[in-house]
Design a protein. Structure first.
Length: 374
């Protein structure tokens, strides 16, 4: 056992020398997380604010102005234009000047005073489905609030038979950065870990140094463990870097145990490193290995892990495919620890699945790594 550790350590030292001679590896390993967290944290957001709004007020009364004020009371809408004719709204939609328009017809205040049904029209640019859906939900809430206010002003008091009070756990502000950063850690580890290790053995084959490796007394398992160890340490630094930036820049809460978080990250990282080594062993070519690494990591982790899109809404075929991807289990475990403060008693099925993936990929990589160039 001691000799095995010594030989694996020697292989790890050799790989460290390769990394230090190639500064691009370190730049990729530690520069990519910073770039991705800035892009995803600031550019990718589901918090839609300041939706451009067109006001068509044909009534020009205190009641119509109050309705407009209700719409613009928060940062959800901002008025970009005022028009007198609803037919002019389509032109603003076509030029992307506005996304939403509210049309208040003449006689709006008169109908309110008479106790009749006062109507206003909301026009939406359906080409932007996300913005239109949010605007519609907010408009319904505003219309309900305005209706209640006018009813109270007319009859004195208005007691509703039922009142729903909403309380949001774990992310009270519903900030998308809190939702995205844990998933971003998954994307970074998947891409960087698999890409780096996918090139390591392929590089040995291309440079011809694999022949020298075969004449040494180092076993296949010792070669794999030695190649894996330096990148495992780099991956742990990436976890710390992403977590630090997420807390510092986006106020991501850390409600659970940090040792548990790093333990789960270590298991997932080992599985991803083994996937990269398996790709390297099978392809034996850096170009092919890099292409296979990108295809097999980024898109599956982005689309089928639950990072952005809920798996429950996908067809059963894709849901079944997601169950064979380690990224799904890591996303679920990260959010459970970081955001909900759960412990091992809750996330142990995900940890067990990740460990199973690691053992499976280790066995496959060891069996495919032959001490021959043929």
């Amino acid at each position: 056992m001691r000799r095995m550790i010594v030989r694996a350590f020697a292989m790890a030292h050799k790989e460290v020398m390769h990394i230090l001679r190639d500064p691009q590896v370190l730049a990729f390993a530690w520069g990519m997380p910073v770039i991705l967290i800035f892009l995803f944290g600031f550019a990718v957001t589901f918090d839609i604010e300041r939706i451009p709004l067109v006001v068509v007020d044909q009534d020009h009364t205190a009641q119509s102005r109050e309705l407009v004020r209700k719409f613009t009371a928060s940062d959800t809408f901002r008025i970009v234009a005022r028009r007198e004719n609803p037919a002019q709204v389509e032109t603003l939609f076509r030029s992307s000047t506005a996304k939403v328009a509210i049309v208040i017809p003449s006689g709006f205040a008169r109908d309110l005073r008479r106790g009749g049904e006062a109507s206003a029209q909301l026009l939406l640019d359906g080409a932007d489905n996300t913005t239109a859906s949010i605007a519609l939900g907010y408009a319904n809430a505003v219309s309900l609030a305005v209706s209640r206010q006018f009813m109270e002003a007319r009859v004195g008091t208005l007691e509703l038979p039922m009142e729903i009070r909403v309380r949001t756990f774990f992310n009270p502000g519903l900030r998308s950065s809190v939702f995205l950063v844990p998933g971003l850690m998954v994307i970074i580890l998947v891409m960087v870990a698999v890409m780096l290790t996918a090139l390591t053995l392929a590089r040995e084959y291309e440079r011809g140094s694999m022949e020298q490796l075969f004449v040494t007394p180092v076993s296949r398992l010792e070669v794999i463990l030695g190649k894996l160890a330096p990148y495992f340490l780099i991956g742990l630094v990436q976890v710390l870097l992403v977590l630090t930036l997420g807390v510092w820049l986006f106020d991501v809460p850390v409600r659970g145990s940090l040792p548990l978080l790093f333990a789960v990250s270590s298991v997932f990282l080992l599985a991803m490193l083994m996937q990269g080594l398996l790709i390297s062993v099978v392809t034996r070519n850096q170009m092919v290995a890099s292409q296979v690494a990108v295809i097999s990591t980024f898109l599956p982790a982005l689309l089928l892990s639950g990072f952005i899109f809920p798996l429950e809404n996908m067809p059963w075929v894709l849901r079944g495919l997601s169950r064979v991807l380690p990224a799904q289990y890591f996303v679920r475990a990260l959010r459970a620890v970081l955001l909900r403060g759960n412990g091992l008693a809750i996330i142990w099925p995900d940890v067990l699945a990740l460990f199973g993936f690691f053992l499976l990929l280790l066995a496959l990589a060891t069996s495919r790594f032959k001490r021959t160039l043929a």
